[in-house]
Design a protein around this ligand. Structure first.
Ligand SMILES: [Zn+2]
Ligand SMILES: [Zn+2]
Length: 177
């Protein structure tokens, strides 16, 4: 969702609270593309603090479908995000160029705030190192591809059948993350 906040920019000490929501249905990053279930709309406060900086604050929830690292079953992974941003206004730009760079990813030159991008950034920084469908997930048999949580197989575990090497590749790809 896009939100025009130009009035907050131009009025010192102006403060607004808006119910905002996420429109994006996928989270696409270097790790891949993952379906999103947006949570409830959440309150976002945008305040102009004495014409010096903008403060954004709010919190909400979003669930992302992420494959289990071992068996690749999709896991509904909940993110609770807390937005707390201070953005220097133009007259104090020199003080913090890095912060302004980040802000420019979700506030455009027309002073329209991109809520999806803001939440995207929060998901990105909170991305889990490891996702398991359950702590004792047995994974997939590297030889026959059976999901060992659902069924046993008769393979001897040990050397890898080259035809199944692609499964191993999938594992390794996710493990690098
Ligand atoms: Zn699993
Ligand atoms: Zn097997």
């Amino acid at each position: 969702m896009k939100l025009d906040i130009s009035d907050v920019y131009s009025l010192d000490n102006k403060e607004i609270v808006r119910k905002v929501h996420i429109d994006m249905v996928e989270f696409a990053s270097r790790q891949g593309v993952f379906p999103i279930q947006a949570g409830e709309p959440f309150d976002l406060m945008i305040a102009n603090e004495e014409g010096k900086r903008l403060r954004l604050s709010g919190e909400g929830d979003v669930t992302v479908q992420i494959p289990c690292d071992r068996c690749l079953q999709e896991v509904a992974y909940p993110f609770h995000f807390i937005i707390e941003k201070e953005i220097p206004l133009e007259n104090t730009l020199e003080e913090s160029e890095d912060a302004d760079d980040e802000a420019s990813s979700y506030i455009d030159e027309e002073r329209v705030l991109d809520v999806d991008r803001l939440v995207f950034n929060e998901i990105l920084v909170n991305w889990p190192a490891k996702v398991l469908c359950k702590s004792d997930c047995k994974g997939i048999c590297p030889k026959c591809g059976t999901n060992l949580n659902l069924a046993a197989c008769d393979c001897e575990q040990g050397e890898l059948d080259p035809r199944m090497a692609q499964f191993q590749d999938v594992f390794n790809k996710f493990k690098e993350v």
